[in-house]
Design a protein around this ligand. Structure first.
Ligand SMILES: Nc1ncnc2c1ncn2[C@@H]1O[C@H](COP(=O)(O)OP(=O)(O)OP(=O)(O)O)[C@@H](O)[C@H]1O
Ligand SMILES: O=C(O)C1=C[C@@H](O)[C@@H](O)[C@H](O)C1
Ligand SMILES: [Mg+2]
Length: 196
């Protein structure tokens, strides 16, 4: 009997899973880039656990991110984020979607760099703004001019996100397509690694 044919989608998942090995896949980028929603799909495609660091912080603190910022301020939030990320990245493979500021914090970035393969979901201002202006749950955007604040964050943070191992452009296409692009980037990175 002949072997069943692998579909293109199966081979993409399988090749990305093999390329990742026991490393974690960590999604970084600005608010609205799609880290949480795309990360969840990527994890399900790879058949490995998915964890969102913002959700994990809310779970352990039993507070929302907005409540944490209001009660303790951003510095305490960052300290908690560093501890949570360190713990989440201790073993793998997992897909870990980070909060928008995680990779910007030097200590957290060090844990991410040690903990696996980082992917920057890079989006332009209009794409991000369209997505984030629908909800007012993000404390850093509670300003007089949230779109300008978002642009300032882009200018400050993009050079830092650029230190991620891989970059995938986050566009207005279906989340499943974005997830496939992340899988392809993981495969490409492995090819380049073995070629060099
Ligand atoms: N490719 C996409 N196409 C359309 N909508 C998207 C896409 N990716 C994400 N979204 C939507 O944009 C919003 C923000 O996405 P998501 O929460 O995944 O971003 P995030 O990077 O995790 O942001 P944060 O840093 O605030 O957690 C959500 O409503 C999500 O459904
Ligand atoms: O960009 C940021 O600094 C943040 C993004 C969110 O995911 C949350 O982690 C929090 O609102 C801070
Ligand atoms: Mg998120």
């Amino acid at each position: 009997m002949s072997e069943p044919l692998l579909t293109v989608a199966d081979s993409l998942k399988d090749r990305a899973r093999a390329a990742l090995g026991s490393r974690n896949l960590i999604l970084v980028g600005l608010m609205g880039a799609g880290k949480s929603s795309v990360g969840r799909i990527v994890a399900s495609q790879l058949g490995i656990p998915f964890i969102d660091s913002d959700h994990e912080i809310e779970r352990v603190s039993r507070m929302t991110i907005a409540e944490l910022f209001a009660a303790y301020g951003e510095d305490e939030f960052r300290a908690l984020e560093t501890r949570v990320m360190k713990r989440l990245l201790k073993s793998g493979p997992r897909v870990v979607s980070t909060g928008g500021g995680a990779f910007v914090n030097e200590r957290t970035r060090r844990h991410i760099k040690r903990g696996g393969l980082s992917v920057w979901l890079k989006a332009d201002l209009d794409v991000l703004w369209e997505r984030v202006n629908k909800r007012d749950t993000r404390p850093l955007l509670k300003t007089e001019s949230p779109k300008q604040t978002l642009e300032n964050l882009m200018n400050a943070r993009y050079p830092i996100y650029a230190q991620a191992d891989l970059t995938v452009l986050s566009r207005d296409v279906r989340k499943e397509i974005m997830a496939d692009e992340v899988l392809k980037a993981v495969i490409e990175a492995q090819k380049e690694n073995t070629a060099s």
